[in-house]
Unconditional design. Structure first.
Length: 662
């Protein structure tokens, strides 16, 4: 059934734009209701199905704040932290929640096993579906077991829930405090983002995969063309030629850029949900699939992509190769690698790690012989689940090493040492490189030349979103400060990711205190940061601050370091959500960031500017006191009531306790 779907939709973590609004708070932005001619796209129609408390006849559009009650909410190892965050004693809708243990599954310590046991016991008490360690990666399980279903909306407290778009489900990441709020109330708030349409034309060449498609898109459109956008993939005939596993890989990696009821299947086939004719899209991208060739991402950036034919000429030796993770470790991926490596051996000095996306996938690979083929070649087997992709377990990159991986992220330091180099590629290329000992192509791929991808990009007129209601947004609620003052600390890097802010190796240490988190904040970005920052500083970052993983600790660690307020040119919206949920204010001022970038040419990653900053919230202004005694003034808009309420409460956890029945 799912392979006949001709449209895949998804929602990207770092491109998400919304803000938390109080329960029962009504918001109408007349700018988005002014034109009745603007028809709904597919994403807007799916959200319409899951939105609560709409006005009679209200048709949702991008920019609207809505209360959503998603079909399902998935949590993984962070289930324990979600339970602690708000202390919910009872989950309101047990059938809505799904627990999947998948991240730190190589950790057999008594402490970790006890945590897993407590999650399982909690699932039994709450009558929630539970999948233990070794069953597989949560996103794969939600696909296999039918929790992620076409034309539905399912969320997860993990940044790769957009993978569900590969089967036509609107998947959107949430953070773990949001998951706790959904446990308690069944609902959360969301702002519908602008929607970009990515139109495929033509057909993929033999040997070119979905991984190559998404690496191409990330590399070609690497200037935030779809920042803060949801994405619909279209192109009926082209998508019919893309297999389901390749669709899931494309959907999964855009973060960087169950029994199934037969009546539901019949309903989908007879009543498919489609965008209205003339539906509005904020951006329109096209890619001719016939011009896509194998591409390599990196090193250490998904925004850098190079044709394999060019990279191969550089004769880049590797130390480790990985066929793991939720993006490229399904049955077809394992088969592609096995076909390349059959009858060969992994090169001397190379470690080749393999883990199936789920135990069901591994059973299929074992049954058809592909699993044994990989083992015979010298592959080192890891349990079905996460691991090296997020810097956990064995096989991590060491100082000076080079790795090539079929995973979805290669941020500096994510897969081990920040002094290592990580490249991303398709499973077949990873397997061929493991055998050759250098980055190379499978023998069946042409190495003569690579066509230039044929792409187009159209930016349609779109209103800039405001994060505040037009109702009472000129007032400061009781308990919220009128002003915040501090000294300006500047980190000029753009696309500073959460691995740089809070390294993955600390993420699943549940006992680490905020004080200890402050000691390692920015460790992968600037090891000197913790010794430079002072209590009361106002931190100014670059553009797309906090991109990457949805880990909440990145915001917590910054706040724990003494930072009172964040200013950036723009943010990853998941990071911004985490910050708001933890009472850390985020403001956007691209003009201030550009001025600082032009004023400070220091090679230092963290710059103490000695400038004094005063933020006047009621006026929506930032005052930066210059050395000449003159103030530079930057407008930032007025923070809405909802952000103020969460800040005054000390974060979303306390706000939910005060406003909802737990």
């Amino acid at each position: 059934m799912s392979t006949s779907l001709t449209r895949a939709i998804l929602f990207t973590t770092r491109k998400r734009h919304f803000i938390f609004k109080p329960i029962n708070y009504q918001f109408i932005n007349s700018r988005f209701y002014a034109s009745e001619e603007r028809q709904q796209n597919l994403i807007e129609k799916i959200v319409q199905k899951y939105a609560q408390d709409l006005f009679p006849g209200q048709k949702l559009k991008s920019g609207d704040f809505v209360t959503i009650q998603p079909e399902h909410v998935m949590t993984h190892d962070n289930t324990a932290a979600v339970r602690t965050n708000i202390g919910a004693q009872k989950i309101k809708f047990p059938n809505q929640a799904v627990f999947t243990i998948d991240h730190d599954v190589q950790n057999k310590s008594e402490k970790n096993l006890a945590k897993y046991a407590s999650i399982e016991e909690f699932s039994k008490l709450q009558n929630v579906d539970f999948y233990p360690a070794g069953r597989g990666i949560g996103h794969q399980i939600l696909i296999e077991e039918g929790y992620a279903f076409p034309y539905t909306m399912t969320v997860a407290s993990d940044s790769h829930s957009n993978m569900y778009g590969g089967i036509g489900c609107l998947g959107t990441p949430i953070v773990r405090t949001d998951a706790a709020a959904i446990w308690a109330t069944g609902k959360t708030w969301w702002q519908i983002p602008p929607v970009a349409k990515v139109e495929f034309k033509g057909q993929l060449q033999d040997g070119v995969t979905g991984k190559d498609v998404i690496i191409t898109l990330c590399g070609m459109f690497n200037n935030d063309e779809v920042l803060n956008c949801a994405i619909e993939f279209t192109g009926n005939e082209s998508i019919r030629g893309i297999g389901l596993e390749d669709r899931l890989a494309i959907a999964n990696m855009t973060t960087e850029w169950g029994a199934i009821n037969h009546s539901r299947i019949n309903d989908i086939e007879t009543n498919p949900l489609r965008p209205s004719p003339g539906a509005y899209y904020a951006r329109h991208l096209t890619l001719d699939l016939s011009t896509v060739s194998p591409y390599i991402s990196g090193p250490n950036s998904v925004k850098v992509s190079t044709p394999l034919t060019e990279l191969e000429k550089q004769n880049i030796a590797i130390n480790k190769a990985y066929l793991v993770s939720c993006v490229n470790s399904r049955e077809g991926d394992l088969k592609a690698a096995a076909q390349v490596i059959k009858g060969k051996k992994v090169a001397d000095g190379v470690e080749f790690y393999v883990a199936a996306a789920s135990s069901e996938v591994q059973k299929e690979a074992e049954a058809n012989g592909d699993w044994q083929t990989l083992i015979n070649a010298g592959a080192r087997v890891l349990p079905a689940g996460c691991g090296p992709c997020i810097g956990l377990g064995v096989g991590l990159l060491k100082d000076g090493e080079v790795g090539i991986s079929a995973t979805n992220r290669n941020f500096k330091g994510r897969m081990g040492s920040p002094n290592a180099l990580a490249y991303l590629a398709s499973p077949a290329v990873v397997a061929a490189s493991a055998v050759a000992g250098r980055i190379t192509n499978p023998a069946y791929l042409s190495t003569s030349s690579s066509p230039t991808p044929k792409i187009t990009y159209t930016l349609n007129p779109i209103h800039e979103y405001i994060e505040n209601s037009t109702i009472n947004n000129d007032s400061i609620i009781s308990g919220f400060p009128n002003t915040i003052k501090g000294q300006l600390l500047f980190c000029p890097a753009d696309n500073l990711n959460t691995d740089g802010i809070y390294p993955g190796k600390y993420t699943y240490n549940d006992d680490i205190t905020p004080k200890e988190m402050a000691k390692v904040v920015m460790e992968n970005y600037d090891s000197k940061f913790a010794n430079i920052v002072s209590k009361g500083d106002i931190l100014v970052g670059g553009f797309n601050f906090g991109t990457g993983s949805s880990r909440e600790q990145a915001a917590i660690a910054i706040k724990a370091s003494g930072i009172t307020l964040l200013i950036a040119g723009s943010y990853s919206q998941t990071f911004k959500r985490n910050s708001i949920n933890n009472a850390l204010i985020c403001l956007e001022s691209p003009e201030l960031v550009q001025l600082l970038k032009s004023s400070y040419n220091s090679e230092e990653k963290t710059i103490r500017t000695r400038l004094d900053v005063e933020v006047k919230f009621a006026e929506g202004k930032i005052l930066v006191k210059g050395s000449n005694g003159m103030d530079n003034v930057f407008g930032v808009g007025v923070l809405g009531k909802s952000v103020q309420e969460i800040w005054v409460a000390g974060g979303l956890e306390n706000w939910v306790r005060q406003n909802c029945e737990i």
